[in-house]
Unconditional design. Sequence first.
Length: 267
Amino acid sequence: MAAATNPRPVTAIDALGQAERTALEWIDTVADTVGTPDQGFAYRLLRAWLHAVRDRLEVDGAAHLGAQLPLLLRGIWYDGWRPSVVPVKFGPEQLVSRVSAEAGVDPVEARRVIPLVTAALDRRWAPGQTDHLLTQLPASLRELVAPDAGAPGSRTRSGRPVTSAPDDDAPAPTPPAGSPERIGTLERTVARLVDALSELVRAIEAAPANDAAAHVPRAYRVLTPQPSEPGKAFSRNVVDAAHHARTLLAGLGEPGAEVPRARAPGP
């Protein structure tokens, strides 16, 4: 009787191979839906669609959608993403231009394939995900991106009618106190403070005692918005708190150590 053999354990290389096969299956679905035998062309269309749609979403919406993608496509989704400047406000013509430029196709072809790529993804990710995406887009973009774009009463694989986000010109309502939006803003602010303190503690523990002040600017920069983050200024209370923290932290190093001054928030 032959001795039983233990199955070979799954290795990281096996996992990468499976991730590649899954990504290629999704790309093949795009190729089939668009109507091309060229897998490389289908990949370029998918990548251009992912990047253009991603930049139009809020941070939370982009993170949610990215989590629905397989591993390698998730890496493409986040490649070049700048969460500090999203959502980038643009309309249908700009979306077509973005897809056209990145995919290397003319605008007419870009407009044709945008809803087809959506339809391909709708066949692959969980039911309801396309609905979730379309509700985050203004009506003008939803009409272009929807799987059956332009058809009245359009429906996705989930079978539910799609409604879009309000147009950009409509004023955004202020979230009430205690709402998830307000709590989320507070959590992000607290996380920024914790990151700053963690940076300072790590630096001081690793640095000579007389060199501690050199690390204060690094921690302070985490507390305040940078020029690369337009429109992300914190409230006056947060900036004031950061200013007081800066004053206290400066005392940890040598007298007269240079610490960056706080930028006043916009009106």
